[in-house]
Design a protein around this ligand. Sequence first.
Ligand code: AMP
Length: 227
Amino acid sequence: MMGPPVLRPVRLVLFGAPGVGKGTQAAFLQERVGVPHVSTGDMLRAEIRAGTPQGERARAIVESGRLVPDELISEMIGVRLRSVDVAKGFILDGFPRTVGQAEYLDGALRDLGKALDAVINLDVPAALVADRLAGRRVCPSCGASYHIRHKAPRVEGRCDNCGAVLGVRADDAVEVVRGRLEVYERLTAPVLEYYRSRGRLRDVNGIGTPEEVAERIDRVVASLNGS
Ligand code: AMP
């Protein structure tokens, strides 16, 4: 694996449409920065797998590609932000997804005497996004994510971490993807303006290999001043 963290701890949001590579980049970045990757999608899928009341409430919504209610997801993230391991920093992936969630996040951080360092917007053309989602494979056991061409597992169809048989996310089915992209445009894209107008947004070109994109993100993170 990689060595010790080389970038100072930060509070970041990795932002972008479904399929731009947020999860892949957040997983890289957590090694480089030494702070946890917090993915609301992963948290929800874990609740669904475990069959908790929150998971049962979210299951049909997640599988159909709609957004779970702001109050459910904000409560989950509120609890997570108070955990000890995120005291120094975090990389949020998949949250906030509505302007209401962005306002909630600002308030929750303010209550903790903290603030976001930056929101990194991964910019990828729609055609590439569709290809990335169609080729995505995930591990049902540990949640690791792959792509059949761009990020293939060492053994075809098997997870590198735990050896489980890889599957396809229910919400990556072509007809569901169309709805997720529509939800992104209607409810999530307005969050960009929220952060742009507050001077928090950094655009990063998301085209290229995962390593190329990671280098661009590293440069942005290295340029952030202390908070
Ligand atoms: P992701 O893994 O980020 O693509 O999230 C998968 C699904 O989980 C989304 O399509 C939503 O149904 C749900 N989800 C994840 N994060 C949020 C959020 N911040 N707000 C509402 N729903 C969410």
